[in-house]
Design a protein around this ligand. Structure first.
Ligand code: TXA
Ligand code: MG
Length: 320
């Protein structure tokens, strides 16, 4: 059972410590309440998916205190800078190329080369970012498929029973109550990936040009919207799933105590640990496979196993 506390200075300081320990803390932003975790900690990020019961690893928004902090993680184009200057702090999320040296969990961007990033305006969110001294990954703090929470009581109703959620910071009702607007730049074209708290017209006025539509855009722009994305991440090496052992031309990505493999998603068979390791291990094996195929041990379809299998299936899907 999560504890729900008023967002006092002392409570925020404690919440910052919990984030640094890899725990989950729900906190208010001006849009909706977020379910936050240290964005640089794979295991902490995996716990978000576990707590939400997400059927898939959707990429998450990384929250930072200001644009300068964002620059450590992503690369800004001139237009992205303009939008950040006008709308941050606030209800706008920018999807930008991930920096090679970004110290963020790979799970945060679900294997994509981009990171969704935003500077929240809410004073509690700002204070928490300062107390935690970490970038905070946070989807809306509701169970998967449920409406986003705009009050601490909504969070308690939806996720309060979860042992994974350590604390809910109560900062009253959210000012915007609608999730942030998500803008990406596929092929350099500013594209509305999700309508939200900042209206399209405001953004178009600042940019001096129209935004492309993610769903209307067939082809490249459309493909950048993860909702429609067939494969978030496909390694270069082909994948064989549900493999009991590796053949002579294969390396094995194992799961569980019995797997004789070069890499093991979780030797103890822990699905949360496996989720945290998934993208990083696929990348590492891909880099060293040297023309070999990656065979993957069977992953049970329980808990995060469903999401892991979904992601593996996409990665193994035939490519054109
Ligand atoms: O207002 C909000 O945005 C709230 C607060 C907590 O900040 N967060 C939120 O997160 O709504 P979530 O996870 O419910 O929605 C994140 C959206 C999804 O539509 C996701 O597909 C998109 O952002 N997104 C995240 N990373 C992306 C990426 N790398 N490329 C494209 N879209 C991305
Ligand atoms: Mg959501």
């Amino acid at each position: 059972m999560a504890e729900c506390v008023a967002a006092s200075e002392a409570a925020i300081a404690r919440a910052g410590g919990l984030i640094r320990e890899g725990k989950l803390v729900a906190f208010p932003t001006e849009t909706v309440y977020g379910l936050g975790a240290d964005a640089s900690d794979d295991k902490a990020v995996a716990r978000i998916f576990e707590a939400k019961g997400r059927p898939r690893f959707n990429p998450l928004i990384v929250h930072v205190a200001d644009a300068q902090a964002a620059e450590k993680h992503v690369v800004f184009s001139a237009e992205a800078k303009t939008l950040a200057r006008h709308f941050w702090p606030g209800g706008l999320t920018l999807v930008l190329p991930r920096r090679a040296d970004a110290r963020l969990s790979l799970l945060v961007s679900a294997g994509l080369d981009t990171v969704a990033i935003r500077v929240p305006a809410h004073e509690t969110a700002q204070a928490l970012l300062k107390a935690a001294k970490r970038p905070i990954a946070a989807p809306s703090a509701n169970a998967s498929g449920k409406v986003s929470p705009t009050r601490a009581s909504h969070v308690m109703e939806s996720l309060g029973h979860s042992d994974l959620l350590a604390m809910v910071l109560d900062g009253g009702a959210c000012r915007l109550g609608l999730e942030s607007t998500v803008i990406g730049f596929p092929q350099g074209i500013p594209t509305l990936l999700r309508p939200g708290a900042v209206a399209r017209a405001e953004i178009e006025a600042v940019l001096g040009r129209r935004l492309a539509d993610a769903d209307a855009a067939s082809g490249e722009a459309g493909r950048a919207s993860p909702g429609q994305l067939e494969s978030h991440y496909a390694p270069g090496a082909p994948l064989r799933l549900d493999a009991r052992e590796a053949g002579p031309d294969e390396v094995l990505l194992g799961f569980g105590p019995k797997a004789k493999s070069s890499m093991n998603l979780s030797a103890s068979g822990d699905l949360t640990e496996a989720a945290a390791n998934l993208f990083a291990m696929l990348r590492a094996l891909d880099a060293t496979a040297g023309g070999k195929r990656i065979a993957v041990s069977p992953i049970p379809m329980e808990g995060l196993g469903e999401a892991i299998n979904d992601r593996l299936k996409r990665a193994a899907a035939p490519r054109g």
